[in-house]
Design a protein around this ligand. Structure first.
Ligand SMILES: *Cc1c(COP(=O)(O)O)cnc(C)c1O
Length: 703
């Protein structure tokens, strides 16, 4: 019995469980209520359950389940017959160090803000599944990203609940004698100390640096307080810790990565630490730079110039003065590495430029974004033609088994295929879909939508219970009016993501009369669920949320359009699985890739999106819907009007009629054919197994 309990506890300490349907189930089954209340955190869940209770539970069938899951877990960890063993054996021996300011792995570990983090988490999981030796580096943010709630006016409010390391599946990193490993970095004239935590994600390791220790001056203890928190000064401090501190940590642990992968420019200071290590060996600056470049790869994610991290010369000087004196590098030499103009060291220091200068490869995250990036950075390569600018692309994907873990995972299992196999090739997907009847697919859609609606009802109930009059539902009657009004018979649209303004969340409200006629069509109605956080400093984004909340309270939309608070990985899982259609309305080409629509497809959802990011690559005319053909206008207002008009017309003339066109068994055959087409054409391409394989063969392996 003790052995089973030890096994159960060990399972809580590796996030592998978060993409294994049965493993997740053994936690949920212990107490569905506590599971929910503890934000699906099994470490915290077990704090509430006594060993006596566990022992008695383990005497029944439950104990066998633990054995079964634990056996699969150890087999997973010890599997030597992996993709990497066959295709990249040197990357089984040597690690890839992947640096990212955020990792979205599971909702219970709040060290992410949005898409960039979720991508990093999914990348880490696929690297583990494929058998690569993979080490992630990030920061431990004690307050994480904020918890969102809305006040009575629909204005976003932010709360920062503390994360207790004791209740997370992380452990302190110590040396052979059990002493804490401490990393020291120079910031301005000070030395700043960080301890390290380790989070296990399957076979992959994720190290988290944490400055919240007594050795630090108070203002440096807070560097790791919040994801993307604070001002420019906080930002540069976080980035020094991530890049320089992370590189030093690996060195102290005796880890010599074969590749340093910078996921976005935030971590680009790592190249300076690598340079300093090379210079310390007595190499010339030129040789040192060659050696650094030889080990670094860089992925850029930002299609607009203003989105890239830049620091003033003064701030760079103040922050790096002492550091430079210890490594023997001149300040202007440093500025040149991050300058957009080779002849000017007096301008801004751009992290992306540093990363481009000191990487052996660089890439954008979709085909379109690759093109946009080459145009945006061409001036750094004046001797090159546009097509020769050395920035390629690898289109983002999603970790299929994480996003289907649970109900949909079991559905595919019943069809005799794992989700990974479904995503392995188009042939595999076609073969299994040929066996599935329209009725089975339609019944999956119904079940998933029913589950989402039940979830929404519970969620709105909690929203009121916890926030009383602070909630956007300011009294019980309005809450009841909004509850239990969603129907699984009604076409359901989902929109959820960060509320960056370029994503234009309120676009569908452009013409309220027309939207009213669509939503309240007596034979072909529609309902919409929204969610998303605006960055705490982004008042324009917060105003978008407020607008949507106000619209949703209009009598004609009440109970048919809702906004769920506190979008996170858990809410995302419910939404992408339950809705019929996933809507995306970015201003082209500002969505570098986007991934949330890729999650929907695995559940039989369809995309309805502007042809931006990954969608122009995937859309074939019959596996979803597009908003316009990419017509571009100089004027924002004109662009919005045009895109909104196109959206309404496509809804009215194509999307809604296809959904409500039924055969004699009330099955929408044409719609289901689109679902089949979407699964077979999209699932095998837009997943992180394909993506990580591509990174490996194109960039990680030496050519
Ligand atoms: C997938 C995901 C994102 C990314 O969404 P996009 O539509 O690609 O911007 C952001 N936040 C969460 C919680 C996600 O799960």
């Amino acid at each position: 019995m003790r052995k089973k309990i030890t096994a159960l506890k060990e399972l809580t300490r590796n996030l592998w469980w978060s993409w294994d349907t049965e493993a997740k189930q053994i936690f949920e089954e212990l107490s569905p209520l506590l599971w929910q209340r503890n934000n699906h955190n099994p470490v915290q869940l077990l704090e509430h359950i006594s060993d006596d209770e566990l022992i008695s539970r383990c005497r029944c069938e439950y104990g066998d389940k633990i054995d079964r899951v634990y056996k699969r877990f150890t087999a997973y960890l010890n599997n030597k017959d992996t993709w990497a063993a066959q295709h990249a054996p040197e990357l089984v021996k040597n690690t890839i160090a992947y640096f990212s300011a955020e990792f979205g792995i599971h909702e219970s570990v709040r060290i992410y803000s949005g898409g960039l983090g979720v991508l990093a988490g999914d990348h880490l999981k696929s690297a583990s599944d494929l058998g690569l030796n993979f080490t992630g580096i990030t920061l431990f943010y004690k307050e994480g990203y904020f918890r969102q709630y809305l006040n009575h006016d629909g204005w976003q409010m932010e709360e920062y609940p503390l994360q207790n390391p004791q209740s997370l599946p992380i452990e302190k990193v110590t040396d052979a004698e059990g002493k804490d490993i401490i990393v020291t970095v120079n910031i301005a004239q000070s030395e700043v100390y960080a301890q390290a935590w380790l989070l296990k994600v399957g076979r992959a390791k994720l190290y988290l640096l944490d400055t919240n220790i007594a050795a630090n001056e108070p203002h440096y203890r807070d560097i790791c307080c919040r994801v993307y928190g604070g001002d420019q000064n906080m930002r540069i401090n976080q980035e020094i810790l991530l890049g320089i501190g992370g590189t030093k940590l690996l060195d102290q642990l005796g880890i010599q990565p074969a590749v340093y992968h910078m996921n976005e420019g935030h971590s680009a200071f790592l190249t300076l630490e690598l340079l300093s290590m090379e210079l310390a060996k007595g190499l010339s600056q030129k040789e040192a730079m060659e050696n650094v470049r030889d080990r670094c790869v860089f992925t850029t994610h930002t299609p607009v110039p203003a989105g890239h991290d830049r620091f003033s010369r003064e701030m760079m000087h103040y922050t790096f003065d002492k550091y430079l004196s210890t490594i023997g590098m001149g300040f202007d030499e440093l500025m040149l590495l991050g300058s957009e103009d080779r002849n000017n060291v007096y301008g801004l220091f751009t992290m992306t430029v540093l990363a481009l200068n000191l990487s052996r490869s660089a890439n954008g995250v979709s085909k379109l974004h690759g093109e946009v990036s080459r145009t945006m950075w061409q001036h750094l390569y004046p001797e090159k033609k546009l097509s020769e600018v050395p920035i390629g692309h690898i289109t983002n994907g999603v970790h299929a088994s994480s996003w289907t873990c649970g109900y949909t995972g079991r559905f595919w299992q019943r069809q005799g295929i794992t989700v990974d196999d479904l995503c392995f090739s188009r042939e595999a997907a076609e073969a299994v879909l040929a066996r599935i009847t329209d009725h089975d697919l339609w019944s999956l859609r119904y079940s998933l939508k029913r589950r989402l609606i039940d979830y929404i009802d519970r969620y709105l109930g909690n929203q009121l219970f916890h926030q009383h009059i602070n909630s956007y539902y300011s009294d019980y009657n309005t809450l009841v009016a909004a509850k239990n009004t969603f129907s699984p018979d009604v076409l359901t649209i989902g929109f959820a993501r960060r509320f960056a303004t370029y994503k234009r969340a309120p676009l569908i409200f452009k013409d309220l009369g027309r939207l009213d006629r669509i939503i309240n069509n007596p034979v072909m109605p529609m309902q919409i669920v929204f969610a998303g956080k605006a960055h705490p400093h982004d008042d324009a984004g917060k105003d978008y949320i407020r607008q949507i909340v106000h619209h949703s309270r209009r009598p004609e939309f009440s109970g048919k359009i809702i906004f769920l608070e506190n979008y996170n990985l858990g809410v995302a899982k419910r939404m992408v699985s339950g809705v019929d259609v996933w809507l995306n309305t970015p201003v082209r080409p500002m969505e570098a890739s986007g991934t949330s629509g890729e999650k929907t497809v695995l559940h039989g959802g369809l995309n309805f999106s502007v042809l931006d990011g990954w969608w122009p690559e995937a859309y074939n005319g019959d596996n979803g819907f597009s908003i316009s053909n990419g017509e571009a206008f100089e004027n924002h207002e004109e662009q919005d009007s045009f895109d909104a008009e196109q959206m309404y017309t496509t809804l009215e003339t194509q999307l809604i009629p296809a959904y409500y066109e039924r055969n004699e068994l009330n099955i929408p055959v044409r719609w289901i054919n689109k679902i089949r087409n979407a699964i077979t054409t999209i699932a095998p391409e837009y997943n992180t197994h394909r993506m990580v394989k591509e990174y490996t063969t194109k960039y990680y392996l030496k050519h």
